[in-house]
Design a protein around this ligand. Structure first.
Ligand SMILES: *[C@@H]1O[C@H](CO)[C@@H](O)[C@H](O)[C@H]1NC(C)=O
Ligand SMILES: *[C@@H]1O[C@H](CO)[C@@H](O)[C@H](O)[C@H]1NC(C)=O
Ligand SMILES: *[C@@H]1O[C@H](CO)[C@@H](O)[C@H](O)[C@H]1NC(C)=O
Ligand SMILES: *[C@@H]1O[C@H](CO)[C@@H](O)[C@H](O)[C@H]1NC(C)=O
Ligand SMILES: *[C@@H]1O[C@H](CO)[C@@H](O)[C@H](O)[C@H]1NC(C)=O
Ligand SMILES: *[C@@H]1O[C@H](CO)[C@@H](O)[C@H](O)[C@H]1NC(C)=O
Length: 460
């Protein structure tokens, strides 16, 4: 019997079970997600390791309450904030001193926390304005009067400069303008606001990145909102540096469908290719290891930077890193999803081409570093068996009937406030290489469980 594994993949010999599974042929396997070792899609960037809000405020200073390891070990990449849900109501209701100033200070503290860990900071002016809940007494451009909006932006721009916030800054023109919760005015008024604000920021802060339109609804070919926005953006030369939208909930499809639609619309309006931020992803019930793998796989496949949504309120919004950490006896501890992001952060090397299951409610993300392949797999809220098919092994010299060792880990979830330890190290299993593939069965015990697989790519 031949085993193909690198010794470090088996820390404890007790975990080895030399079970050889028959490998069925690939043709008729339902719910199959595929990894193709032949094709790399570029070096790893940990694109999905962001969250909105989630850092505790600390005056105007960086926070120190959440220990460094919880932030660094997931390779934190970006946060997004603007002082929402604190005692000060924002510019529109409270003016500069009573409404705006404390919100700006909260944003500045979060900016400094993000920069302390090398992450990007995406500023949310709609929160500085105080538009959450749609209840602001005034929106930019009401009655065709833009003077308050200009006063507001001149203040934000001055504060950003005075506080040295330019490094790593993205200004996100307005959050979810397609939802009355954040923009209780017409789409036309939003589009004009977008165009005017972009010109104003570009004139004052030419090096700062702008993102937009950050819609609640992901792009689709029949969206009149997206078409009107693209048309005005093209006509006024106000293309953002980063296109942005949200992917929240099963009703919103997924990047496999929304990115091709977006690219078609972009081509129709002659807009250039630019990076994409999905600057909120995941409904609150979609924040667990299975769904996190699902979103990570979709985002990575399309080279999209992603930030987890944040469903907390009040001071909890400014805490818990977007539901990744819990508090136990006053100490921050990892929850089950954090363990998944930590594993993801350790998936270094080259990202590989992958294909989601055909429906596509099951997905995989895979990387290769030299002779080690790492794969994570998860469903979109479903407890459903499936198969992970790995192709392209013949180019590494594998031949029919070779046995290939696979080490598996399970990622459990017990809710956002439950501490979960390291992923569970499961038995080491070998599979037979047949007809150009190996097929690994996927059988989640719950609809929130994810698995990882480590495979040595060396014939012995
Ligand atoms: C707040 O910032 C100060 C100054 O950097 C720091 O000493 C302190 O530990 C921070 N406190 C919290 C709770 O983050
Ligand atoms: C526009 O709004 C500002 C205050 O927001 C007000 O002072 C000004 O009079 C308004 N202009 C017109 C023409 O109504
Ligand atoms: C520029 O933007 C405005 C909205 O502010 C829009 O009405 C106008 O049609 C746009 N111009 C062009 C040439 O597209
Ligand atoms: C996932 O499982 C939980 C607990 O069994 C259940 O309440 C929930 O409805 C399931 N979600 C879906 C989308 O089936
Ligand atoms: C991988 O590449 C080899 C040639 O190097 C080719 O024979 C095989 O069909 C490819 N497999 C896939 C899945 O692309
Ligand atoms: C899923 O796979 C597991 C493990 O092989 C098996 O016990 C279970 O019956 C399967 N479930 C379904 C619905 O086929």
């Amino acid at each position: 019997m031949r085993f193909n594994y690198l010794s470090f993949l088996i820390a404890s010999p007790a975990s080895i079970l030399s079970v050889v599974r028959a490998t069925p042929t690939t043709a008729a396997l339902p719910n199959t997600a595929t990894v193709n070792l032949n094709n790399s899609i570029g070096a790893t960037k940990f694109l999905a390791s962001g969250f909105i809000y989630g850092f505790p405020d600390n005056g105007t200073n960086a926070q120190t309450s959440i220990p460094d390891y919880l932030i660094k070990d997931i390779k934190f990449g970006a946060t997004r904030a603007g002082g929402a849900q604190i005692s000060a109501p924002g510019w529109a209701s409270g003016g500069y001193e009573g409404g705006y100033q404390k919100r700006f200070e909260s944003a500045l503290s979060n900016y400094r926390s993000a920069r302390k860990y090398g992450g990007a900071f995406i500023l949310l002016p709609h929160d500085l304005w105080g538009a959450q809940g749609g209840g602001a007494p005034q929106f930019p451009g009401d009655d065709g009067n833009w003077s308050e909006m200009e006063k507001f932006w001149n203040q934000v721009i001055a504060d950003v400069k005075d506080n040295d916030m330019l490094d790593g800054l993205v200004i996100d023109i307005w959050n979810e303008p397609d939802g009355s919760g954040f923009w209780a005015r017409s789409w036309a008024q939003y589009v004009e606001y977008y165009v005017r604000t972009t010109k104003l920021i570009r004139a004052a802060l030419p090096d700062v990145l702008i993102s937009g339109p950050s819609t609640a609804h992901s792009p689709s070919l029949d969206s009149e909102n997206w078409k009107a926005w693209m048309s005005a953006v093209a006509g006024n030369q106000t293309v953002p540096d980063i296109y942005s939208w949200h992917q929240i909930g099963e009703w919103e499809r997924e990047p496999d469908s929304t990115v091709p639609d977006f690219n078609k619309l972009r081509a129709d309006y002659g807009l250039p290719e630019k990076p994409i931020d999905v600057n909120e992803y995941g409904w609150n019930t979609e924040q667990n290891p299975a769904n996190s793998v699902y979103y990570i796989s979709q985002l990575e496949r399309h080279n999209i930077r992603g930030l987890r949504s944040n469903w907390a309120s009040g001071s909890d919004l400014h805490d818990y890193m977007g539901n990744l950490v819990a508090k136990k006896n006053g100490q921050y501890v990892p929850n089950g999803d954090w363990q998944l992001y930590k594993y993801y952060a350790e998936m270094v090397g080259e990202r590989l081409e992958t294909i989601a299951a055909s429906d596509p409610q099951f997905d995989v993300f895979a990387v290769r570093e030299r002779l080690v392949l790492k794969v994570i797999a998860g469903t979109r809220s479903l407890q459903r068996n499936g198969t992970i098919t790995i192709t392209g092994l013949e180019s590494l010299g594998f031949a029919s009937s070779d046995l290939i060792g696979v080490r598996r880990y399970r990622f459990d979830w017990n809710g956002p406030q439950a501490e979960v330890g390291k992923p569970v190290d499961l038995a080491f299993i070998t599979y037979r290489f047949t007809e150009g593939t190996i097929n690994i069965p996927f059988a989640p015990p719950t609809n929130t469980t994810a698995f990882s697989y480590e495979i040595a790519l060396r014939r012995s």
